[in-house]
Write a protein that binds this ligand. Structure first.
Ligand code: GLU
Ligand code: ZN
Length: 311
């Protein structure tokens, strides 16, 4: 990709709950990356049907972002309004799809459980079964039959080479699901994220490194669909003192909770910027734009940031 092309980044939160420090640390990087290079930054709400989605969470996260001082360009994109795009991609891929009726227990029964940080690999159990065994509207997942050409390895701009293939990470991954009683296929995250990033012209994807093992599948999709692939920047997560991904047991790290306790955006952003090496210990800023001259893409530590429990 030519460095002279205009760069387009994105924030892509899921309305599964309130934004917390971990989300915001990644968004800070994405915002600063585009705002320091004259690029464009889009906001996309990843609100495809998901059991964990909370009503009203989309507006709450927009409010949190604005309160912290984030801005973005163009209209907000909602995945729930883009089914036609996903359907068109599914049609193109349909010769390579097969229906799968396995439960999580079936998949686990066929192999060992994934280790933390791994995804559940699908070992192809339904690949050779007759699709005609299912009624036309029977609930199922549609999986992509990988071929040896579907390698999926890539080099991450932050994390370096990722050496596992799509077959080794996800296996034949899900592109859509037919849910009971629903006429419309529900696209998977892997399908929607690739279609959206490509359609929105995203050149730089900044996100948490928990998504690294799901990325070879996405790289495969770009190639299958003949779409240009963005650069990836997978950043280390914020974890608790136990080394596990930030969660309720580590205390309330929701932005809304800090706001209710009287903390200012500057205090929250300063703490995160210090953890990224953009401010020295004890140094503070008062608003997001104060970080523009301090942004250094490579000063971010490669290991997870251990949340010390207070700002
Ligand atoms: N919506 C995803 C999340 O909030 C991020 C996906 C992505 O950036 O590709 O975890
Ligand atoms: Zn199956």
């Amino acid at each position: 990709m030519s460095p002279t092309l205009p760069r387009i980044g994105r924030l892509a939160p899921s309305p599964t709950g309130a934004l917390h420090l971990g989300n915001i640390r990644t968004f800070l990087y994405a915002w600063l990356q585009m705002r320091t290079c004259g690029g464009t930054l889009r906001l996309r709400i990843e609100d495809l049907d998901h059991p964990k989605h909370k009503p009203g969470a989309d507006q709450a996260l927009i409010d949190d972002l604005r309160w912290l001082g984030f801005d973005w360009d163009g209209p907000i994109v909602y995945q729930s309004q883009r089914h036609a795009l996903y359907r068109a991609a599914l049609d193109r891929l349909s010769p390579s799809l097969y229906p799968c009726t396995c439960t999580r227990a079936d998949i686990l029964g066929a192999q060992s459980a994934p280790h933390p940080g791994e995804v559940l690999r699908y070992p192809g159990l339904c690949r050779t079964k007759d699709p005609a065994r299912l009624a036309p509207n029977a609930p199922c997942a549609l999986r992509l039959a990988l071929t040896p050409a579907d390698d999926g390895r890539f080099t991450d701009c932050f994390a370096g080479p990722f050496t596992q293939t799509a077959d080794e990470t996800t296996g034949d991954f899900v592109l859509a699901r037919r849910l009971p009683g629903q006429p419309e296929l529900e696209p998977s995250y892997a399908l929607a994220v690739v279609i959206d990033d490509a359609e929105m012209g995203i050149t730089d994807v900044v996100r948490g490194d928990d998504i690294l093992p799901a990325t070879p599948a996405q790289v495969v999709l770009y190639r299958r669909l003949g779409l240009p692939r963005p650069r990836f920047w997978h950043l280390p997560l914020v974890v608790g003192p136990d080394g596990r991904r930030l969660a309720k047991r580590h205390g309330d790290t929701r932005i809304a909770a800090f706001r209710e306790q009287g903390f200012t955006p500057g205090q929250i952003l300063s703490a995160l910027a210090r953890s990224c090496g953009w401010l020295s210990p004890g140094e503070t800023i008062s608003a997001l734009p104060d970080l523009l001259p301090r942004f250094q893409p490579t000063s971010l530590p490669v290991h997870p940031y251990i949340w010390p429990g207070k700002l």
